[in-house]
Structure formats: structure tokens, C-alpha cells
Ligand binder design. Structure first.
Ligand code: HEC
Length: 428
């Protein structure tokens, strides 16, 4: 939405007769071309004047509605690293350009198209783990969620500082989430999986989605990968109308220095999900009071198709509220993991909370059931989940176990309904 109060200011900043070369190209090359270039996920390139001119009106429309660039969180601007959000001035410039007939301006002034290399962005990896043989994505049918387990064959324990996921077929892969696993749990080399990966992994490494480059671990909180570990990749594929193949690779970057910090997963979640057919506003809540001071460094939401929106926030001991994540129009397809642009200090006794809203009516375009049916908690495509994982680094590392104990207590209370029942949270 364009902020009307800022309108006079906004108008002053928007060129009266914007041209491609100096006004529009810088916006598109910086914010769109990463996905909109040959071989990438988006259906057409947006790297030349001709590409943009043909679609000037559509570009104005998809940016006005903030459908593009894909970016789900609202909340305060510059809250997250790598935020994909156009400013109001940029949106108004694209609108004005379409309105005045999409002129080119002086082509000599058009900035160069960034060089998109096919190589590893962080240089040659210390270890490359590749899918041993290509995976076939059927031409038709629903989305495919496949988990792959690949041995890493490490000669010794290593500390992972970064990874880059590279599909061989960028058009087919919608997103991937990577884990390491050091257990002896028997898992097939490849198996269908949707809401969970079907085992408790040793570590979550983070996710990849189109338009994102390598993922770096938090500084001094590299991930310990023990000898004998395997990599588990949960990959979401999108049937394209013709049979496709993908043989992804992951480049892993290690350091020899053992980490001095650890990222704890402060998980808010609920299994108490039972949504009657037709219920358009079903709310699921959870909260947790932090026993120690932490820095919140990132947040990972999880829900399926019936979920419409989610809100996570922290209430500090002094009453101040901090937005942790607000997604008003949740779209499972653009699942992402978010990092704060600056760590957020949450003192001891901060209450972190989540509220997820579900629309199980026929009016929800993403409802997998036609007509609507009762939906309950579960890991399947037709079930629902509610999870908000706050990535937290203790301010004083020696207090980590205290946080761990409190989180464990929370888990025990939620599964131990038969011998201990928490009082229902009063509605707020
Ligand atoms: C993270 C990757 C990504 C980025 C960044 C991105 N797009 Fe897209 N875009 C896509 C994908 C994927 C599709 C096709 C699927 C869809 O429509 O959701 C698409 C579709 C579109 C469409 C067609 C929509 C329709 O209704 O047919 C337009 C127009 C578009 N993008 C413009 C833009 C513009 C303008 C920007 C930058 C301001 C941008 N995109 C940034 C991935 C991206």
C-alpha cells in the first residue's frame, strides 16, 4: 500500500517522466533480474528494455499489489537481511513509467546487466555433496515434496560456516531445506515428505529458495558436523507440464575453529489444531517466557495451505512490544527463513508469543479441500501445522542449558496432556 500521508513527499521524489535507462532499469536489475533472467525460476527475463516495455503495465500492477518481488513479511521496513521490498517511490516510478508509455531514454546510460555466473558464489567448496542420480519430477499432478539422504563421508568433525544449494534444474525447484543427521535412524535414500522430514535431525542448516544465494551461518555459531553425518535435503518440486529432472548439489564451506556460540531454537507451536469445515477465522496460539537473555537473530515460520496469516511478537519486561514476524497473506509456496538485519536483544523474562490464523472456508483460494473439510494437526499436505521458530543466541553462553531445560519443560507439558494439563490460555 502506498502511504497517503507521505504522498506529497513521494510525488516530489518520483520523476515526472521516468525513462527506462536511468529510472526503471536500476529498479528492475537490482530487484527483479535475480530471478527474472534466463535459466532462473521466473517465467520470463526482465533484463532488457524490450523485456520490460512489453510488460510495463503488468509490472506496474504486480508491484503496486506487492505481489512482486515475492516477500511475505510486512512489519517494520529493514527488519530483515536481504529484504525484497520496493520502496513507495520505486513503485510509483514504475507506475508512472507505464502511464507515460514506457519510454527508453538514452540507452548509453542504462546500467549493465549483472553477470550471473553459474559457478559457486563463495568460490570452490571444501566439500560438494551431490544427489547420486537425477530425480524425475512427473509432468503433471500436485507439488512433489521429496527428502533425500546423502552420506557426507567426512574424515573428521567439521564446523560448517556456509553452504550453497544448487539445483541443476532451477525452474523445477521451489525451495529446499537442509539438515544434517548423525543418528542411526534408518532412512531411504529418497522418500516423499511434506510437513516434517520424518526424523529428528542433528541440525537444521537453513533453507534455499529461488533468488537466494549461499547461506552463511551466524558468526561464531558455525554448525558442528560430526564424522559419519549424512545430509538430508527436503526439496519442493513444481510439476511444469513436462517431465523434468533435477540433480542438485550442495557446496559446503567449513572452518577449523570450533564455534563459541550456539543458536537455540525457541520453538512456539501447537498440536491443538482442529478446524471445522467452513471455519474462516480459527486462531492457534502459543507463548513462552524466556528464562535468560538472548539475541533473536532470525525466525522460521511453518504452516501449510489453510493458514492465512501469522504474527509473532515479543513483550519485553518493560512492556515494550517488538514485532518478530508478521505475514498477512501466508503463501506456503514462498516459504522462507528470515534473518534480522540486527540481532534483537530480548532480556530475561521476555514473553514471546505467536498467533496463527486459519481460513478453512471455500473462500480460501489455497484450501486443498473442495469442498472444505475438517482439518486437524498433522504433517500431510491436507493437515495443518503451526510453528514459529525463533533463532536465539544466549547473551551469556553459559546459560544455554537453562534455556534448554525450560524449552524441554514446555515440550513435556504439551505432550503430557494425560498427566498434566495446562490451563487454557485466556483469549486476549
Ligand atoms: C525471488 C524470485 C523473484 C523475484 C525477485 C521477482 N520475481 Fe517476478 N516472478 C517470479 C516467479 C517464480 C514468477 C512466476 C510465478 C508467479 O507468478 O508467482 C514471477 C512472475 C512475475 C510476473 C508475472 C505475473 C503474472 O501474473 O503473470 C511479473 C509481471 C513479475 N514476476 C514481475 C516482477 C518484477 C517487476 C519484479 C521486481 C520488482 C520481480 N518480478 C521480482 C519470481 C521472482
Amino acid at each position: 500500500m502506498i502511504d497517503l500521508l507521505a504522498f506529497p513527499l513521494l510525488l516530489a521524489a518520483v520523476p515526472r517522466a521516468p525513462v527506462y535507462s536511468t529510472d526503471v532499469a536500476p529498479i528492475l536489475l537490482q530487484n527483479c533480474a535475480g530471478c527474472h533472467h534466463a535459466g532462473e525460476v521466473a517465467p520470463f527475463p526482465l533484463t532488457t528494455y524490450e523485456d520490460a516495455k512489453k510488460r510495463a503495465k503488468l509490472i506496474a500492477e504486480v508491484t503496486r499489489t506487492r505481489y512482486m518481488p515475492p516477500w511475505q513479511p510486512s512489519g517494520p521496513p529493514h527488519h530483515y537481511a536481504g529484504e525484497r521490498r520496493l520502496s513507495d517511490v520505486q513503485i510509483a516510478t514504475l507506475a508512472k513509467w507505464a502511464e507515460v508509455g514506457a519510454p527508453e531514454g538514452n540507452p548509453a546510460k542504462t546500467p549493465p546487466v549483472p553477470a550471473y555466473s553459474d559457478g559457486w558464489k563463495l568460490g570452490p567448496p571444501d566439500l560438494t555433496v551431490a544427489l547420486p542420480k537425477p530425480f524425475t519430477i512427473p509432468a503433471e499432478g500436485g507439488d512433489v515434496y521429496e527428502c533425500f539422504t546423502v552420506p557426507m563421508n567426512l574424515a573428521k568433525t567439521r564446523y560448517l560456516r556456509a553452504f550453497e544449494f544448487r539445483p541443476s534444474n532451477r525452474k523445477a525447484v521451489h525451495h529446499a531445506i537442509l539438515f544434517t543427521d548423525h543418528s542411526r535412524v534408518k532412512l531411504d535414500a529418497s522418500y516423499p515428505c511434506f510437513g516434517t522430514i520424518g526424523t529428528l535431525p542433528s541440525a537444521g542448516l537453513g533453507g534455499w529458495s529461488p533468488g537466494n544465494g549461499p547461506t552463511r551461518m551466524y558468526e561464531d555459531a558455525e554448525i558442528t558436523v560430526e564424522q559419519g553425518s549424512r545430509l538430508i535435503a527436503q526439496v519442493h518440486y513444481h510439476p511444469s507440464g513436462k517431465e523434468e529432472q533435477d540433480q542438485w548439489q550442495v557446496g559446503l564451506y567449513f572452518t577449523d575453529k570450533a564455534p563459541s556460540k550456539h543458536v537455540a531454537d525457541v520453538g512456539l507451536s501447537s498440536k491443538l489444531i482442529d478446524i471445522p469445515a467452513g471455519e474462516a477465522h480459527y486462531v492457534v496460539r502459543d507463548h513462552f517466557v524466556l528464562p535468560i537473555a538472548v539475541y533473536a537473530v532470525g525466525v522460521i515460520p511453518h504452516a501449510h495451505y489453510v493458514c492465512r496469516g501469522m504474527h509473532g511478537w515479543a513483550t519485553l519486561p518493560d512492556g515494550r512490544k517488538i514485532d518478530l514476524l508478521t505475514i498477512k497473506d501466508w503463501n506456503f509456496s514462498w516459504q522462507d527463513q528470515y534473518r534480522y538485519s540486527k540481532p534483537i536483544l530480548l532480556p530475561e523474562d521476555t514473553r514471546v508469543e505467536m498467533e496463527f490464523v486459519y481460513d478453512n472456508s471455500d473462500a480460501n483460494p489455497r484450501n486443498p479441500h473442495r469442498p472444505a473439510q475438517r482439518v486437524t494437526w498433522g504433517a500431510g499436505v491436507e493437515d495443518e501445522m503451526a510453528g514459529l521458530h525463533i533463532q536465539a543466541i544466549p547473551v551469556h553462553m553459559e546459560e544455554l542449558s537453562e534455556l534448554g531445560k525450560a524449552l524441554w519443560g514446555k515440550v513435556m507439558r504439551s505432550v503430557g496432556g494425560s498427566f498434566y494439563r495446562l490451563p487454557a490460555t485466556p483469549p486476549q
